[in-house]
Design a protein around this ligand. Structure first.
Ligand code: NDP
Ligand code: X2W
Length: 347
């Protein structure tokens, strides 16, 4: 039995982790923590879990929780997790951090994009970037997982098969991404009210979004040279889902069929990544909603000589909690898709 604590469990990613882990006979959710809801039964706070969980939320107390768990999932705002991780590691607990605190290896870049210093830089060498499709061998032996950002997961899965290829212009990558509002978390913000966001759509944080250096760090590692990308996120008036449309200039004549075959080959053994056939058309966020799947389509515009990549994920699943569970499965030598075979919810 894997004993877990979900820290910051009243938020959306914590809630999603409970949805994924409660049905698992091999996982014991030993603690769910919250500051504000401490003492409240989980099933009255989250009525969708009625009859499924007996616990109350508890305040996070390291010396009570850490000796009694194998894994903690940190579902906390940026900057909070890095204060808790050193102690958890001292107790020998495996940590899966859903925030961005341990994703960037360069502390100066972290400070620039997050606006705060990284307070546990000595742990960065052991933080494993938890994108299983490229890092599953290091995830397996990891004690500390930096679970990737949602836009980053979608963008990387869309780009990995061609990054480093001679036929693309690596300096020409433009990622135009859209997200549902659950990506912003569960705390109240006027801009996220239905009255503000409903019937609305807009870009935010162009040039400064913290996922820019995260995408660049991984692409640069994969390409073996420094890669810069143009990334602009947009907010959709929907609950879940990320859609990325990615533009890359082609340097050589290469057919759409050849690129699609390359993608299909790259992901042929990946349970969670589906490269669509031409007949399947373009991916839609609703076609992955509530699932850990990624769908990708590629198009070549022979007129402009550009590759266009379309990728979709559910931000709370492959973009956060689903990927966190995938990482936990790998760390315990379990089937990667254990408890993650949910079929997308349609309509
Ligand atoms: N939502 C998404 O799609 C994704 C989110 N992430 C990242 O995952 C993390 C969690 O996100 P999400 O669940 O959406 O966030 P929420 O805002 O929905 O939840 C945050 C949780 O943290 C607790 N919390 C807030 N402030 C503090 C604090 N100072 N100390 C301790 N606990 C605190 C809150 O509970 P309480 O106030 O009761 O203590 C709440 O349970 C974030 O870092 C986010 O960036 C990553 C990928 C995707
Ligand atoms: C709608 C919205 O605000 N989305 C978030 C993305 C959340 C995410 O992936 O998270 P990390 O903060 O963990 O990197 C944003 O753009 O900041």
């Amino acid at each position: 039995m894997i004993k877990v604590a979900i820290v910051g469990a009243t938020g959306y990613t914590g809630e999603e982790l409970m949805r994924l882990l409660l049905p698992r006979p091999d996982v014991d959710i030993a603690y769910v923590t919250s500051r504000q809801a401490a003492g409240t039964p989980v099933q009255s706070y989250f009525p969708q879990f009625m009859g499924l969980i007996d616990q109350k939320f508890v305040a996070y107390e390291a010396d009570k929780i850490l000796p009694n768990v194998d894994v903690i999932f940190l579902c906390l705002p940026q900057g909070v997790a890095m204060e808790m991780v050193p102690e958890a590691l001292r107790y020998g607990v495996k940590v899966i951090d859903l925030s961005g605190d341990f994703r960037l290896q360069d502390t100066a870049v972290y400070e620039k994009y997050y606006g705060i210093p990284q307070s546990a830089p000595e742990l960065l060498p052991q933080a494993v970037y938890g994108l299983p499709e490229i890092n599953r061998h290091t995830v397996k032996g990891a004690q500390l997982i930096a679970n990737p950002g949602c836009f980053v997961t979608c963008s990387l899965l869309g780009l990995l098969p061609v990054i480093g290829a001679d036929f693309i212009d690596q300096s020409s990558i433009i990622i135009d991404a859209k997200t549902g509002v659950s990506g912003a978390g569960r705390s109240a913000k006027i801009s996220n009210l239905l009255t503000e966001l409903g019937n609305n759509f807009y870009a935010y944080n162009p040039l400064t979004h913290r996922h820019i250096p995260e995408i660049e760090q991984i692409l640069s590692l994969e390409a073996g040279e420094e890669i810069q990308v143009q990334f602009t996120p947009h907010l959709l008036p929907t609950e879940r889902g990320i859609h990325a449309t990615i533009y890359v200039n082609l340097k050589e004549d290469i057919t759409e069929d050849a690129i699609r075959a390359l993608y299909q080959d790259y992901y042929q053994d990946e349970y969670f990544v589906h490269v669509l056939s031409e007949e399947a058309g373009l991916p839609q966020i609703k076609h992955v909603r509530g699932s850990n799947f990624t769908q990708i389509q590629v198009k070549v515009d022979v007129r402009t000589n550009r590759l266009i990549i379309f990728a979709v994920i559910d931000n709370l699943m492959k973009g956060a909690s689903g990927q966190a569970v995938q990482n936990m499965n790998i760390m315990y030598g379990l089937e990667e898709n254990l408890g993650l075979t949910q079929i997308p919810l349609m309509p």
